[in-house]
Write a protein that binds this ligand. Sequence first.
Ligand code: SAH
Length: 203
Amino acid sequence: SDIGAQKDKVVTEEEWLQKWEMGNIGFHKEQGHPLLQKYLDVLLNGRSGLRIFFPLCGKAVEMKWLADMGHSIVGVEVSEQALKEFFAEHSLPYHKEPVPEILGAKKLQACFLAFTSGNISLYCCSIYDLSSSIVGKFDGVWDRGALVAVNPRDRQRLVTLLCYCLFSNKNSSYLLVTVSYDPNKHKGPPFYVPESEIKSLFG
Ligand code: SAH
């Protein structure tokens, strides 16, 4: 469970924006993630009309799946290009407004959705700028490419924000996808997060 050379790795916001500009987005899954389908019942636990949070959302198509099922989606992503591509690729009109509490942040919100759909509100800013007074609380989190994408030194900060600030109650569920590989052979992201670290992060 040694994370070796990855411990001090830093990927800046600027580098993420560049990945989007250059189309270096091998992490994006056009068909969505099979593990969300497999574990959907764990996330929903028989509940409907949930508020589901997508940390570091990119243009994840799962946001559209869940909204089509009637759940409300909130995502956060530093790249506005990613969010615009999300709406364009699903032919969803959206409107954009500033977020008064966060300097420079924008909120892109889908409009004209079917009345059976949940809302989709995507914040363009760093996740560390969010708090429950801005985005509210959530019944579920789909974390694919968030814990494994943030800089290793920021993991506790991310988990604390998600679990202590943004969870609405004890029944909230957090689905986490990680990757397993030899951290001395690849630089990441995605970073390797050993199971022992996951246990200590989430307690
Ligand atoms: N969850 C998505 C994307 C994973 S890649 C998916 O499954 O496809 C990680 C994403 O996080 C990138 O799109 C990157 O631009 C964004 N990102 C990186 N640091 C961030 C931060 N601090 N706040 C918000 N978004 C961030």
